[in-house]
Design a protein around this ligand. Sequence first.
Ligand SMILES: [Zn+2]
Length: 291
Amino acid sequence: MAHPDREGKAWLLEQKSQRGRRQPVWRAFDGMPQVSRGSGYNGGMDDEALLRYSRQIMLPEINFEGQQRLADSHALIIGLGGLGSPVALYLAAAGVGRLTLVDDDRVDLSNLQRQIVHDSSRIGQAKVDSAAARLREINPLCAVEPLARRLDDAEMAERVAAADLVLDCSDNFATRFLVNRCCHASRTPLVSGAAIRWEGQLAVFRYGEGEACYRCIYPEDGTEDLRCSENGVAAPLVGLVGAMQAIEAFKILSGAGESPRNRLLLIDTLHPQWRELKLRPDPHCPVCGEG
Ligand SMILES: [Zn+2]
């Protein structure tokens, strides 16, 4: 290795020396206090994986068990544009074991201002192939499956049911409603993000008792899509919302923390402000209610 990660190596040695003890202690380093680590389980990871993920395995909420859960998990990312870019980059880098990428579009010069998984050398390529190549460079441990087509209802249902979690990074209501229907049917958690101009929103749907779904909030009345191509979008905003989606997915897949329940988070970046809307399930919702 050209630049040995000394802190990481020290940490790795520490983990090895602790292996097998009943009550190992997480040694202070990077100025962190000592924390009891519970079991000596190391997730069966090899040294390279331990080093690669050391900075998040250190988080008591992740630990080896959480890292192993990430490695065993499969996320479906719908759309590899402005939101899908940071989502895919962070989830691959963090060690999600399998990512399925869906997008029927190709990389265009006008995308590169904000769709940071792509670059100038990949203009004209299918977005899923461009993204897959980049993700494999970042983390060869992540299995990436590119699907360069729009999924019909049946295949979407099948792909959603096969995943542990879905990230909706699409730019149109037809896809958003379809993804929500499929996620509700198979009770697959959905992390939904949207961004236009200077404003973004985020919601997590887990389809539990008393929880609203995406269709409870938005009427399926032919409301026109607000697309970046017609309205413009501030580049860092999609990074912000996409990173929020990535962290919600990261928590669900690793088992850390909690999800925002029945809450729609809204951000205005032009006049900086976070707001939150409380959501209520609609008893007449055609997806999750009585119709
Ligand atoms: Zn609903």
